[in-house]
Design a protein around this ligand. Sequence first.
Ligand code: ZN
Length: 369
Amino acid sequence: MDKLYKDKEWLEKELIQKSPTQITKEQGVGLHTICRWIKKFGLKIEYHRNNTYQNKKWLEKETKIKHFKQIAQECNVSTATISLWANRFKVQRVSPLQYSARDKQYLLDHPDTNVKILAKKLNRSIQSICQQRSRLGIHKIIVRLILDNDQFIKMWNLYVKRECTKRDIANYFQCSMATIDAKRRELKIPQKIAKSDIKRDKNNNIVKKGCCKCNKLLLISNFCDKYNKYGNNVYNNICKKCATQYQIKYRRNKNNWAKLLYLKAKKRAKKKNVKFSLTIDDIQARLEQQGYQCPVFNIPYEMDKYITDNKFRKGLSRPQKSASIDETIPNKGYTQNNFDIMSNRANDLKKDGTLDEFEALVKYLRVKK
Ligand SMILES: [Zn+2]
């Protein structure tokens, strides 16, 4: 398709009949592009005053009897358009049709009815209904619908512990989620701490941060930090204590071992620059075959030693009962035919020794004894 808008005469002709928005729709380009060419040719945009709502006097007259939503519906445009032109003409928005005594009475008579249904019945927006209700003091009546305070506190505590959702509480009391929040405010229960809750000092440094697991606002020294790929310093979403507890729980679960071993071995292979073609399923099958214990010493693996063994942290020794993946023939890569799982103790003893060497060693030790 030819780029017609680059022709000055064509653009000038089009602008007499259409608005720039219409031209962009027909040409399939952005508004910015058309506006740039209009500016380049030094053309003027004519505002089309054909539409009724673009008449100041008419709009002034209408807003006195109807609200924006009604006018918009009659003109077959969005409410935002009417609002825009009202702002342009500086037409003051008269409080959208004062609520009549009958309407007010209707709201007072139906305090338990859903706001959506009320909005449809009175032909107003939900926001308007809510405003009017709060003026009439109805919102307090709704909160009193939740009569069982003890049950509410019990459920809220469950929500804080992440054992149920806010939606569950709302379903239990048959009310909206906003009502739940209003009730919480009434009982003066503090809000649930989120991971995004941050307190800063005058120099804009983070001082305190919320832990979303134990729901406490803690000093920033309680959080691990690291640099992300953009070079920014970011903090963990859970505190060190919670992270440790999570790690221990994760590592005690036998079903996670295959993945743990897989990730560790993959990292090592990349560092040593050797082939790696194992899958998690291969490792899982081998672990099940071994019965989750060391095939050399027949002791069950203890994977969570990584956390609890302080010796390991200082680099003195690695947890001896923990499992690790080993290359049967060293430096041949971690492939399906060249891998073995054994405890770290067995692996440390084996290292890169050959069978002949071990036989010689055993012979020597036997004689010495
Ligand atoms: Zn925590």
